[in-house]
Design a binder for this molecule. Structure first.
Ligand code: AMP
Length: 211
């Protein structure tokens, strides 16, 4: 099994790109953020523990995240590799991952801090198929109707607000960005400019993946 990591600050477009790369490569997307939101909604023990960290924009403790991933990659759909979105976010998570999966590419979607707040504050997701949209940068073609599944129901994340974004960015710079060097030393780290049109970024990522 050999897998890919999509890396970058909150709001960089990891989820959007993950959905597009999944279509091209067939690798399943594993988003720890999505798994945690599902656990919170289902009020599982993990969800109850994780909620206060998520609401305040802090990272959920490593043990909880690592246990979620260990369980998830036992699923047969992960046998040929996966695409991690929003994981790992700390050095201990990367160390734990290195024991259970081989990482061929870590793709960093680079977006400057000053663009993050506007990108996060306008985003929404289809309640039917989870397609990701943005009020300004990536709206549905027909207002209020999902392009992919025609659902008319959409969700906005509780933590996508200007206050929480600043804590999420702080967590990113303090705890997650050191992973760039960690993976750089292992020769698997690649950067793409994430401040461009969505299809251009996808095309750059796909070119890196065939290297
Ligand atoms: P995301 O959807 O990736 O932006 O994640 C939303 C929130 O879930 C984050 O702000 C963290 O509180 C938590 N979270 C998601 N993935 C991780 C992770 N790998 N490590 C720690 N916390 C995480």
């Amino acid at each position: 099994m050999s897998s890919i990591v999509l890396f970058g600050p909150p709001g960089a477009g990891k989820g959007t790109q993950a959905q597009r790369i999944t279509e091209s490569t067939g690798l399943p997307q594993i988003s720890t953020g999505d798994m945690l939101r599902a656990a919170v909604a289902a009020k599982t023990a993990t969800g109850l523990e994780a909620k206060s960290f998520m609401d305040s924009g802090k990272l959920v403790p490593d043990e909880i995240i690592i246990a979620l991933i260990e369980q998830r990659i036992k699923n047969p759909d992960a046998a040929k590799g996966v695409m991690y979105d929003g994981f790992p976010r700390t050095i201990p998570q990367a160390e734990a991952l290195s024991k259970i999966d081989e990482i061929s590419h870590v793709i960093a979607i680079e977006v400057p801090d000053e663009r993050i707040v506007e990108r996060i504050c306008g985003r929404y997701t289809c309640a039917g198929c989870s397609a990701v949209y943005h009020d300004l940068f990536n709206p549905t073609s027909e207002e209020g109707v999902c392009d992919t599944c025609q659902s008319t129901k959409f969700n906005r994340r509780a933590d996508d607000n200007a206050d929480t974004v600043l804590s999420r960015l702080k967590a990113y710079h303090e705890q997650t960005s050191p992973l760039a060097n960690w993976y750089g030393e292992r020769g698997v780290f690649f950067g793409v400019d994430g401040d461009r049109d969505i299809p251009q970024i996808t095309s750059d990522i796909l070119k890196i993946l065939v290297k």
